[in-house]
Design a protein around this ligand. Structure first.
Ligand code: HEC
Ligand code: HEC
Length: 190
């Protein structure tokens, strides 16, 4: 285990020094730092088809917010026909593309810090395959101190599922507390 960690660290050091030298030459150090910093969050969605089909009713959740087994359970014809009480059916080709994109970029296959935490938390939790991000232990714990009046009772939010209502950089995969702004509760921190 220790040896593996060392190998990973050595590999990372090589990649970092190579990519930083490249980045400094290309766009300057600060931009590189900003990009590297992003790895802390969740990998942003880049797939156009996924964005098109999945952001009609809600924010297009990054695949890195759920493990692959959850996407397998959510993204099949039967499940999509009764997707949280609505019909979100897709044609076969689109479904396959979206399914593969989500599974390939799932939390347990991502190196982004937030995804790693989600993957580890899921792996150490027993019970059925999670179908909601909001029900993941890691996510629900992060929100347990927010009063209901700021979520369900808040016209500007309505449900914890609408991440982007409060997380102003959710589309970039950034969920840090200092980027949160709760609609109608500018002073939520106090
Ligand atoms: C026709 C509308 C519609 C479309 C299209 C749709 N969804 Fe949903 N989705 C919903 C509703 C409604 C909910 C439940 C929201 C709530 O409980 O507040 C939901 C919830 C979810 C959740 C759980 C969120 C949570 O609470 O943690 C995931 C994950 C999800 N959708 C993924 C997808 C993906 C991926 C796609 C694209 C293939 C998609 N959805 C397309 C309507 C839709
Ligand atoms: C009602 C507004 C609101 C909604 C909706 C919401 N969040 Fe949050 N979220 C917060 C607040 C406020 C915090 C900070 C809580 C604290 O520090 O006590 C937070 C914290 C987090 C954190 C931890 C941040 C850190 O730096 O530790 C993550 C990750 C996160 N949210 C993800 C999500 C995801 C994913 C969704 C959608 C499925 C979501 N949130 C929906 C308000 C919201």
């Amino acid at each position: 285990m220790m040896q593996r960690k060392l190998k990973v660290a050595a590999l990372l050091a090589v990649i970092l020094s190579a990519s930083s030298a490249y980045a400094v030459a290309e766009d300057g150090f600060w931009l590189w730092l900003v990009k590297f910093n992003r790895q802390k969050g969740v990998r942003p969605v880049t797939d156009k088809q996924y964005l098109e089909e999945c952001e009609g009713c809600h924010f297009a959740y990054q695949p890195g917010l759920l493990p692959a087994k959850s996407w397998e359970a959510l993204l099949n014809a039967d499940a999509l026909r009764k997707h949280f009480g609505v019909d979100a059916e897709l044609d076969n080709d689109t479904l396959k593309a979206i399914h593969d994109y989500a599974v390939d970029n799932a939390a347990d296959k991502s190196w982004y810090k937030r995804s790693r935490k989600i993957a580890v938390a899921v792996a150490t939790t027993e019970g059925p395959v999670p179908l909601r991000i909001t029900e993941l232990r890691y996510i629900s714990r992060k929100h347990r101190n927010i009063p209901e009046k700021m979520i369900k009772g808040n016209k500007g939010v309505k449900s914890l599922s609408f991440c982007d209502k409060c997380h102003t950089q959710a589309a970039d995969g950034v969920y840090d507390v200092d980027t949160v702004s709760i609609p109608n509760y500018p002073d939520w921190k106090e």
